[in-house]
Design a protein. Sequence first.
Length: 349
Amino acid sequence: MSAADAASGVAPGPKLDPDLAARLDNLHGEFREVMLRNLLDIQQKRDATKALSPIKRRRNETRELVARHQAEEADRHHIHSVIALCGLPYRDPGTGVREHLREYGKSSLAVQAGYLKDPVTGRMTPQGLPYGPKARLLLLHICTMAIRQKSAEIEIADSMSAFIRDLGFPVTGGERGTLRQFKEQLNRLAASRMQIGLWNGDAATTINAQPIRSFDIWLPHDAGQRMLWSSTLRLDPEFFESLRQHALPVDVRALRAFSQSARQIDMLLWLGYRMRSVSRRYVISWPTLMEQFGANVGRPRKFKEMFADDLAAMKEVFPTLPVELGPDGITLRPCDPEQVFAIGRKRLT
């Protein structure tokens, strides 16, 4: 039993952190006992939080943040809705795969891997298809800067470290560090070509674009030096105009809570898009959901388990989300998405 517990006459409890124990200094008698009980409650909550995994802790923190504070202008990010809904590959498809085609409703996205001029060798070097959560977050950042600056030529941070910090992530080196991961995905995005297909039932439009039209990068011979690129990144003008017309808003605070999973990022963007148009109870079947989110999952039963886990993660951050799973699929119910997702509308001008 600790000295504090002995003095108060209560049963042994968790050991208090130094900052909490300091609050008992110079307190005596009944007031000390009341204070101790309050501090033990605080300590118990702290210990429960410490026992959580980093992912679970991040979701809990994000839920509290989103619930208490409406998104500010800095939190409101944008991404092209066709890219958000059709999506990039979840995993690295391998060097032999040079094309990626996805469709969602009346929208289509075709991505082709390309080449970059290597500043060290001077040769055109093949790049793979962009994939995973890092590619999605980079696209989100680039689209957001274009919307905010109202220009196809955007100013970005001139170092890899600053760029990653702008996205809200720690900067780590090494073989598996964030520096290497973001650099690889940025190279793949800069080299890729995209075709965005739009159809309204009567007319079809295909936008042939290389979203990042021009990209300058300097790779030092010394791996210990920071990697730099031009502070001006030029987007394809047609892609930029299409982005202005089809920009999907998202609260970046919530997105960071799912930054470890490309599928969960896609699911959050998809829910944010779909819930804006739900006017009545609407059921989406399991086969449709598997077609949308089941890449690399062969068995329907396995997909249902994964999807249920992902939806549970969404509800940890957005507990009022009116979405339910059932034997037929997922049921969406009408709601005010500005309240559920805590991000207000803003007209793009």
